[in-house]
Design a protein around this ligand. Structure first.
Ligand code: ZN
Length: 203
């Protein structure tokens, strides 16, 4: 099982990090050891002083596929949730400045927090999926899937040109604006529409 994450998929977030808006999807990967599930607490690692939350819609791949055409991409996922793409922003900045890969900043243990999956059929409007993140009961991030620069179907088509997708793979689809740091004691709650799918603590 692999975890694929899309970077810079919302114009407002690309802007807040002073990144260019990409002309094709930007993606990177996390290993399976990055997963954190079942609302388990996240232990703040000591190697970073600036761990940022990024709330994202996450889809689970339900069959194997290679070079998937965009018009068939929707048949490759049936479930969705919200997740957090934890990012060591200080380390990422150092990597960016040196033109180095991002793994240290993005792929560390428990950097891919995953909520409870729900079937896409449970959603009233699959084209406009609202999601949000509350930090200590304060709304900090809010997104709508139709604001993605590249839709889930386009992402699946693009990634599968390079990498075979397999059942159980997860795709984190990028974060909207409002990212920020976490500290020990914080409580994070993420929802799709009004359904709480993720609720965990920073320890
Ligand atoms: Zn992200």
């Amino acid at each position: 099982m692999k975890i694929i994450c899309i970077g810079r998929n919302y114009a407002d977030h690309a802007k807040e990090l002073k990144n260019e808006v990409p002309k094709e999807p930007v993606f990177f990967m996390k290993p399976d050891t990055a997963l954190l599930k079942d609302n388990a607490p996240f232990y703040h690692p000591s190697f970073s002083n600036d761990i940022h939350y990024e709330v994202e819609l996450v889809i689970k791949i339900c069959k194997n596929g290679k070079t998937i055409l965009p018009q068939f991409a929707h048949t490759y996922y049936e479930q969705i949730t919200v997740g957090i793409d934890f990012t060591a922003r200080d380390l990422q900045q150092q990597c960016k400045e040196k033109g180095l890969p991002w793994e240290k900043a993005k792929a560390f243990d428990h950097s891919a927090v995953i909520g409870r999956f729900i079937p896409l059929t449970a959603l009233e409007n699959k084209e406009e999926i609202n999601f949000s993140l509350n930090l200590n009961n304060q709304l900090v991030q809010q997104g709508i899937s139709n604001q993605m620069l590249f839709s889930v179907d386009q992402i699946i088509a693009y990634i599968s040109r390079f990498i075979t997708l397999k059942t159980g793979d997860l795709i984190y689809t990028g974060t909207p604006a409002g990212v920020g740091p976490v500290k020990i004691g914080d409580q994070l709650k993420a929802k799709i529409e009004n359904e709480l799918l993720l609720d965990f603590e920073i320890k």
